[in-house]
Design a protein around this ligand. Sequence first.
Ligand code: NAD
Length: 327
Amino acid sequence: MRILVTGGAGFIGSHLCERLLAAGHAVWAFDNLDPFYDPELKRRNLREIARAGGAFTFVQGDITEPEPLGSLCREAGFDQVIHLAARAGVRPSLEDPALYQRVNVEGTVRVLEAARRSGVRKFILASSSSVYGCNAKVPFAEQDPVSAPISPYAASKVACEALGHVYHHLYGLDIVMLRFFTVYGPRQRPDLAIHKFARLIQAGQPLPVYGDGSSARDYTYITDILDGIEACMRQSFGFEIFNLGDSRPVRLDDLIRLLEHALGRKAVRRTLPPQPGDVPITYADLTKARERLGYQPRVPIEEGIQRFVEWFRTTGAGGARGVATSS
Ligand code: NAD
């Protein structure tokens, strides 16, 4: 198949491009190398994709602009679009809420529009566990209400889901919304907790611990997310929403202990008040994804953290800006 991956130079996108190339697809990554974190990390991701071989094309462009996205879609004739490009991160979205709406909402409309005008039939979009807000009921199931997001980022993802439904209803596109639960692994965004904490522990610097350490995240290893995306590519759904998580929330203080163990160093903790926009827990109900996609997360957090730390040690990755615990 001919596949467009928006945000293909980023953390999840670069892994996805490699996975799709290995499966024999022709893959285009569309990305503006946004400076939210060091674009050199994205260039490195692109070099690694290219080294892996296969029919890979990188196009630098901005999803909020009609071109070159429109002509790329017309000329390449994509079978499927996997739309990952976004401004990610909960806390930074409080600093620049309008930017988050512009990139995530207006950008998504432009990608949907370019896709439907060029005859794309299948569209998969990265939503987020943050749409559940402070859902009191755990685990979070797809049919739970998502009308009470608590950050501009989460609200932008709710809007993306609504737009996906519009394009399915009006134009019959086959659309899948995937609610990712905090994704981690090699190349993880440097602003996310695991990556940021690893860097601070390694440097012997204090870790900002927001709240009493009891907040919990359903950390999901990157290869499990890729398995879920691939399962969606193989079927037609009309319009569907799926959680892709691990369904085993990990408390923040336990996460720090796992990192200490893997890095062989003690963390220095600096306790701070809970952050506005952060939810107390994320926890995926995977019943629907298991039944309809055959989705089954395979990498437990203990193993995933080891793999992340191995990568972290070999790359000395850095370049963080800001901090987030989920996205
Ligand atoms: P990332 O920041 O590494 O990747 C996003 C990519 O989009 C970046 O390479 C960036 O340059 C690109 N981009 C941003 N604005 C753009 C624009 N205007 N035009 C073109 N490209 C643009 O983030 P990620 O963690 O890989 O996240 C990928 C997707 O998954 C995002 O939609 C994010 O909201 C969603 N998501 C991620 C997580 C997670 O834990 N990582 C959780 C839930 C949802």
